[in-house]
Design a protein around this ligand. Structure first.
Ligand SMILES: NC(=O)c1ccc[n+]([C@@H]2O[C@H](COP(=O)([O-])OP(=O)(O)OC[C@H]3O[C@@H](n4cnc5c(N)ncnc54)[C@H](OP(=O)(O)O)[C@@H]3O)[C@@H](O)[C@H]2O)c1
Length: 190
């Protein structure tokens, strides 16, 4: 069941850029310059500009000039369930161990729209279980980040593509974002 079915009018889309070995960050937890690629950043920010809210872990804010005005859910274990973010009136802090996604979404006070899931690992994994309406996976095939932070729990034992497929998502034809570096974007949908 996708979140759209669970919450009326809500569409949930994930966005990630991964290395050939399925990593979103290096072994120190930092997203390296090799994964900050102009064509992908353009797609990422264009999609976020269409979103009504974003959801991410405490280390994965998108940054950039529009970030301040966006509504957001920030995952953290520093609160028992749901709490206002004392440092950002547009954000809600959410601990999924103490409150459901439905309650967290309701706390944002939006009637529906597009929620962009932007990581990191556990957050991408949580929504894999809750259900994506789309997952936009960009792959940089010439970058390897051994021991890095995977896009989903279970990578690199399993390929991200196999986990998406196992969760009922199917790939659309690939779009080449930058032919010079074989940068490829595949959108997966139920
Ligand atoms: N390549 C990409 O597409 C991409 C996408 C996203 C992030 N990144 C990069 O990946 C790195 C961060 O990865 P990460 O996985 O460490 O980051 P993260 O998910 O943003 O942050 C981890 C923190 O978020 C909170 N959190 C995450 N899952 C939770 C859960 N299930 N329940 C409650 N709280 C939860 C916890 O905060 P507390 O400590 O407050 O409890 C945890 O310490 C950064 O370098 C970022 O730039 C890359």
């Amino acid at each position: 069941m996708t979140p759209e079915n669970r919450i009326k009018g809500l569409v949930v889309e994930g966005l990630a850029i991964v290395s050939a070995d399925g990593m979103i960050a290096d072994a120190t937890g930092v997203q390296p310059e090799a994964l900050k690629l102009e064509a992908d950043q353009r797609f990422f920010h264009d999609t976020l500009n269409k979103a009504d809210a974003v959801v991410h872990g405490r280390h994965s804010g998108e940054g950039g000039p529009s970030a301040e005005r966006r509504r957001r859910l920030i995952l953290t274990r520093r609160v028992p369930g749901i709490a206002p973010d004392p440092s950002n009136a547009r954000a809600v802090l959410w601990n999924p161990a103490g409150a459901s996604f439905e309650d967290a979404w309701a706390a944002l006070g939006l009637s529906g729209g597009l929620l962009a899931v932007i990581g990191g690992t556990e957050v991408f994994g949580l929504f894999l279980e809750l259900g994506y309406d789309a997952f936009h996976l960009t792959r940089a095939p010439h970058v390897r980040l051994p021991g890095g932070r995977p896009v989903f729990p279970g990578v690199p034992m399993h390929r991200p593509q196999d986990l998406l497929r196992n969760h009922g998502l199917n790939p659309e034809p690939a779009r080449i974002l930058d032919p010079r570096i074989d940068l490829e974007l595949v959108t997966w949908r139920p």
